[in-house]
Design a protein around this ligand. Structure first.
Ligand SMILES: Cc1cc2nc3c(=O)[nH]c(=O)nc-3n(C[C@H](O)[C@H](O)[C@H](O)COP(=O)(O)OP(=O)(O)OC[C@H]3O[C@@H](n4cnc5c(N)ncnc54)[C@H](O)[C@@H]3O)c2cc1C
Length: 597
């Protein structure tokens, strides 16, 4: 086996281990790739449980009051630090243990409620929302999800109040996007009571201020010469823990402490292992599902701030004897921000509800939420920046900070390119397997194979002849629902065609994958928007409210999203991919590209 084949084998094995172990549940996103509309995942639009509503409203009111009085995002950016008073305040309100069970001192809130809290913080200060995410969404998440009762009793009470802080340490020099390539080693001690950890981690939010770090390291797989990743609970007072750089200077979210540390023969008791030995990557990905949901919430909050800022300036600034808002090219930007903010909230709420309902396997949806909301937010900030013109460039306004802060979103917790490829490949796996069944049987007919291939063929065919039903309640949404159903059928047809045309090489064809993933993301976003409008109309009707809420921004989102989907699918057959690849190849191999000797 040559080196390339061996690498591909390793990647396939890791992907299988991470994603495809066990039976596959047909979630919403996977359903789209099969031409189905898995309605019960997304309809009716989820609402906060009555039992939690009053407590959540009270918490949100308290939080808003605190943030308005005590949070100064500009000062946090200038000082490159979040003051302890802010951390203590957030701890007092319960934000730092929002979803932790009450028995350990947490607030026991749902993920939907938690997202509303994060949206509120994301509206004001990205440093603070990233800090909260690093601590609560990912830092203590492995402990919450995989910790034993003893571990939780020991660690959680101080972490959920913010008396102690948490961090999540996966990234290393050789393990960035290639997260499975963790090099930090953990070998068992001779007495079998400890693991000895060695290696370095970098770019870790909260590393220098955390008392509990969830650290990923490689442990030996018994009976083989292989290793697998395991999650450990590490504390900075363990001998051999060395903080190499507490606060790496950076572009944005300057208030967060992003650090680099080394573990040199650090003895970690085996009681500090989180989750099963050798299943650390699964632990990490499950943790990131939560992080990506709150990412969506923070982006939603920031997008709403963009809208407020855009409207305020467009109404007050006059040029050519008109307010800026009177110009169509400014109107266009404002309308798009309003449409996107509506969609981002809907998508966040629905994705969070998957976690609350304990549904199985929503990794695709959380990846879609992360990519979609971070890309849309970047557009929103760029648009509002443009509306403010030269004034946006100066530090007395929040826009240059917002721009710097937002840039990390497309990189952190999985670079958007990596997630985009992941969405397409995992999504296509279901129909791909059915085609493989058919193909294998044609090549080597057998009785058993024929019946499986027949079932697979029927499934593929029925999804392409019929558009799935999209069951909205409100009469006025039926046309949109029918259009969405037709687009899902069109999408399924395009996925099938891509699989048949390209077969295995599609695994490396990222330009094709990107269009498929983008179409899938817009289908999911449109579904969430439709579900949310439907829910709002029904709710208003049930409460005898005559005035229907204004859904013009939501309606615009659907129109624009449907148009984008058609564009992505058309691009599968009408594109410049060959030329793109050729130009890049020429640049990458030209003499000027070679490093000077
Ligand atoms: C401010 C900040 C805070 C962070 N906090 C944490 C934390 O708390 N915990 C933690 O563990 N990590 C953290 N990270 C690390 C973060 O998750 C990584 O930076 C991210 O996963 C990307 O890894 P990388 O930087 O090594 O980029 P690389 O892996 O070198 O990738 C660089 C670029 O190459 C492209 N690329 C890479 N792979 C592919 C591919 N397969 N297909 C197409 N394009 C590709 C992408 O455009 C990507 O942006 C943080 C990073 C920053 C900057």
């Amino acid at each position: 086996m040559n080196k390339l084949d061996a690498q591909r084998q390793k990647e396939i094995q890791q992907a299988e281990e991470l994603l495809f172990a066990g039976p596959q549940a047909l979630g919403f996103a996977k359903g789209l790739f099969q031409g189905h509309f898995v309605a019960d995942w997304v309809m009716p639009y989820p609402r906060i449980r009555e039992a939690e509503k009053a407590e959540l409203d009270h918490t949100l009111a308290e939080l808003r009051k605190f943030l308005n009085a005590d949070l100064d995002p500009a000062e946090i950016d200038r000082q490159a630090d979040i003051p302890r008073t802010v951390i203590d305040g957030l701890g007092r309100i319960g934000v730092l243990g929002m979803t932790a069970p009450k028995e350990y001192g947490g607030r026991g809130f749902s993920q939907m409620a938690n997202c509303m809290v994060l949206e509120e913080i994301g509206r004001r200060c990205a440093s603070t929302s990233v800090f909260v995410n690093a601590h609560h969404s990912i830092g203590i998440r492995a402990l919450l999800l995989f910790g034993t009762r003893e571990q939780k009793q020991k660690w959680l009470p101080k972490l959920v109040t913010g008396e102690q802080l948490g961090a999540f340490a996966l990234t290393e020099k050789e393990a960035g996007s290639d997260a499975a390539n963790v090099q930090m080693q953990a070998r068992p001690s001779e007495d079998g009571l400890h693991f000895i950890l060695n290696g370095e981690k970098r770019y870790i939010t909260n590393a220098a201020i955390a008392r509990e770090l969830t650290v990923m390291a490689r442990t030996p797989v018994p009976g083989s010469n292989k290793t697998a990743v395991t999650a450990f609970l590490v504390t900075p007072d363990m001998p051999g823990f060395e903080m190499l750089e507490a606060r790496m200077p950076k572009t944005g979210i300057k208030g967060t402490a992003t650090g680099r540390f080394a573990l040199r023969d650090v003895k970690v008791p085996k009681e500090n292992i989180l989750g099963p030995i050798g299943k650390g990557l699964k632990v990490a990905l499950t943790v990131l599902d939560f992080g990506r949901t709150t990412f969506g919430a923070c982006c939603t909050g920031a997008a709403k701030t963009c809208l407020e800022l855009a409207v305020a300036h467009a109404n007050s600034r006059r040029q050519f004897n008109k307010t800026l808002g009177e110009f169509e090219l400014v109107k266009k930007k404002i309308a798009r921000i309003a449409a996107d903010a509506y969609a981002m909230e809907a998508m966040t709420t629905i994705t969070a509800s998957f976690i609350d309902r304990g549904l199985e396997d929503y990794m695709l949806e959380t990846a879609m939420l992360k990519v979609f909301t971070t890309e849309r937010l970047w557009e929103c900030i760029n648009d509002v920046f443009q509306i403010y013109g030269g004034s946006a460039y100066f530090t007395d306004l929040p826009l240059e900070r917002m721009l710097r802060d937002a840039r990390i979103n497309q990189i952190g917790e999985g670079a958007n390119e990596v997630l985009t490829s992941f969405i397409a490949l995992v999504g296509m796996r279901g129909p791909g397997m059915e085609f493989k069944e058919i193909y294998d049987t044609m090549m080597k007919p057998s009785r058993d194979g024929m019946s499986k291939a027949w079932a697979a063929g029927k499934n593929r065919l029925s999804a392409t002849v019929r558009a799935p039903g999209v069951p909205v309640q409100s009469e006025q949404l039926r046309a949109h629902a029918r259009q969405l159903g037709r687009l899902i059928r069109h999408f399924n047809f395009a996925v099938n065609r891509a699989l048949i045309t390209y077969r295995e090489p599609i695994l490396d064809m990222q330009l094709v994958q990107e269009r498929i993933a983008n179409a899938a993301m817009d289908l999911f976003a449109s579904t969430c928007v439709l579900s949310r409008i439907d829910g709002e109309i029904q709710f208003t009707g049930r409460n005898g409210n005559a005035a229907s809420p204004d859904h013009s921004a939501a309606d615009l989102f659907l129109r624009q999203s449907f148009r984008r989907i058609r564009g992505f699918l058309a691009g599968l057959t009408d594109n410049d991919d060959k030329a793109v690849i050729a130009v890049a190849k020429s640049c990458l191999t030209s003499e000027t590209a070679k490093p000077a000797s």
